[in-house]
Write a protein that binds this ligand. Structure first.
Ligand SMILES: Nc1nc2c(ncn2[C@@H]2O[C@H](COP(=O)(O)OP(=O)(O)OP(=O)(O)O)[C@@H](O)[C@H]2O)c(=O)[nH]1
Ligand SMILES: [Ca+2]
Length: 511
């Protein structure tokens, strides 16, 4: 009995109960904290997908984008998942056999079907946007352009995706969406764009201008320092709570393929001896016969049509970069400016301002010519390199680059000189601001181009206002939970030490 009483005095039942309760309490806290942490841990994310087909003048590309479903409106979350180059020419080349335009897309569309999970197919939007090649075909033959669009639409509808339309986008849209793409990918809209009470800065963040050089048209888009004078070149955006006034212009016929045709046509002399044109934009030893029917077929060159007795002309390269630029310059008209400043052909352009990203053919050409590292390459150096490259005989060029497609290789001399002329004489870039241009293909994993901006806009993924509060990052959440539970534990221990013991003692007395 004494031993039992001793035991009871040493280890009274309520003391045991307190210990058990404390253990249960601590275990409970651990369970609650762990559950809360696990619940808040980003679960395997549900991804959404979108498909955009860029039906350009020279070829069609299909882009698949993906983004986490819950973060739809955060900037910078949409990424390129996959890209596919359609075999064959652009859809406008199928004007005589319009059924084949749709068929040409099947291979890439089949690929899209396998690269997007089946369960997502029905909710995945698919858009086709056609650019300058189709704008020209519509000018030439409205019916044929309609038939081509019907053909591609029928093919797209035959897939399990959510068909959202096939249309010719305007040059203004092409410029605008290219600008949105590069700035979205650069994260420029995100910078300082969260909404913190009434003090949000509505001043637009610094953005990157967009230079796009296609086969049939070219776009320039940027936020100028001065006010934009012409409404038709002006875009107003409110993105993430900031206002942007953007200048854009698309020059139809000034893509590099149409510009080459235009340069040949303008420099063609009626009394060309033996139907031969000495052409400084091609290498010495290079010779190419072009049919005049083809040359004048496009609305871009139709106005240049001369009364020639011959059917074709032979272009014989003379390989001279500065003479090439003199020839190219003739396709630009620098008179007839009715605004305070113009680029060319009487088109208003504010002064060049800020930094630029130049993509598409700007990149293909400058990358091949090794002229993309502009920080070391001045405009004078670029011209010097062009002089050397163009004067290299065609046989040597071919020998040096045996794997490069002959069509591309033969045109780099023209293309490089065209790019210099367009940027320097057309848009008024100078030696001083040449280094503000970066030649880019991709930003992160995504290609620079208008397609991403087009999809972001059509799926309403860029909100006008900034998200109201920054979400707590996962790490921060874990830290807060741990600190909170440690505090609770400390309080518990203190409580037990100060109040638990006297309570035990007093109970001891009672018993
Ligand atoms: N060197 C080189 N040239 C290319 C390559 N891909 C396309 N091009 C050429 O670059 C020019 C522009 O190509 P894109 O930007 O695809 O033009 P596009 O979208 O078809 O034409 P637009 O409808 O005017 O935008 C065309 O003359 C193409 O033939 C490439 O990989 N290397
Ligand atoms: Ca293009």
């Amino acid at each position: 009995m004494d031993t039992k009483r001793d035991m009871q005095q040493k280890n009274p039942w309520h003391r045991k109960l307190i210990v058990i309760l404390t253990i249960l309490f601590i275990v409970g806290i651990i369970v609650i904290v762990s559950t809360a942490i696990i619940q808040n841990k980003p679960l395997p994310q549900k991804m959404k997908y979108g498909i955009v087909l860029d039906a350009g003048s020279s070829h069609t590309s299909l882009y698949i984008y993906k983004w986490p479903a819950e973060k739809e409106n955060d900037t910078g979350v949409v990424q390129q998942h996959h890209a596919c180059n359609v075999k064959g020419p652009g859809i406008s080349s199928y004007s005589a056999k319009t059924d084949n335009a749709g068929k040409s897309l099947s291979e890439c569309m089949d690929l899209a079907k396998t690269s997007i999970p089946d369960v997502r197919h029905s909710e995945t939007p698919v858009y086709l946007g056609a650019t300058a090649g189709m704008r020209l075909l519509r000018e030439q033959d409205d019916m044929a352009s309609e038939n081509v669009l019907t053909s591609v639409a029928n093919t797209l509808r035959s897939y399990p995706f959510k068909y959202e339309g096939a249309r010719i986008i305007t040059g203004q849209e092409e410029g605008a969406y290219g600008w949105i793409t590069v700035n979205y990918l650069q994260g420029n809209f995100q910078k300082n764009s969260r909404f913190f009470g009434p003090f949000q800065d509505t001043q637009a963040s610094v953005t990157l201008g967009a230079l796009d050089l296609g086969g049939a048209s070219t776009q320039i888009t940027f936020v100028p320092q001065e006010e934009i004078e012409s409404e038709e070149n002006s875009l107003h955006f409110r993105l993430y709570g900031k206002d942007y006034n953007v200048y854009t212009h698309s020059f139809l016929c000034y893509g590099k393929d149409q510009a080459l045709n235009l340069t040949v046509a303008i420099n063609l002399k009626i009394d060309e001896p033996d139907n031969v044109q000495e052409n400084p934009c091609f290498h010495v030893g290079y010779s190419k016969t072009i049919s005049l029917k083809n040359l004048y077929k496009s609305p871009c060159t139709a106005k240049q049509k001369k009364n020639l007795r011959m059917d074709s002309v032979v272009l014989n390269g003379t390989g001279n970069a500065s003479k090439c630029r003199e020839n190219v310059l003739k396709i630009f008209n620098f008179s007839d400016c009715t605004s305070s400043s113009c680029s060319f052909n009487g088109i208003y352009q504010p002064h060049i301002y800020g930094s630029f990203g130049a993509f598409s053919a700007y990149y293909f050409v400058m990358q091949f010519l090794n002229l993309t590292t502009h920080h070391e390459t001045s405009l004078a150096k670029v011209k010097e390199k062009m002089e050397y490259f163009c004067s290299t005989p065609w046989a040597s060029v071919k020998q040096r680059f045996p794997t490069v497609k002959e069509k591309y290789l033969s045109e780099y001399c023209f293309s490089g000189n065209y790019i210099i002329t367009l940027l320097e004489n057309g848009y008024s870039f100078t030696e001083d601001n040449w280094n503000t241009i970066t030649f880019i293909k991709k930003i992160g994993n995504s290609d620079a181009g208008w397609t991403l901006g087009y999809m972001l806009n059509l799926t309403n993924m860029i909100p006008a206002e900034a998200p109201s509060s920054p979400p707590l990052p996962y790490g921060g959440y874990v830290a807060i939970m741990v600190i909170f539970s440690l505090l609770l534990l400390a309080l518990c221990t203190i409580g037990y030490i100060f109040f638990g013991k006297p309570a035990c003692n007093s109970q001891k007395h009672i018993i």
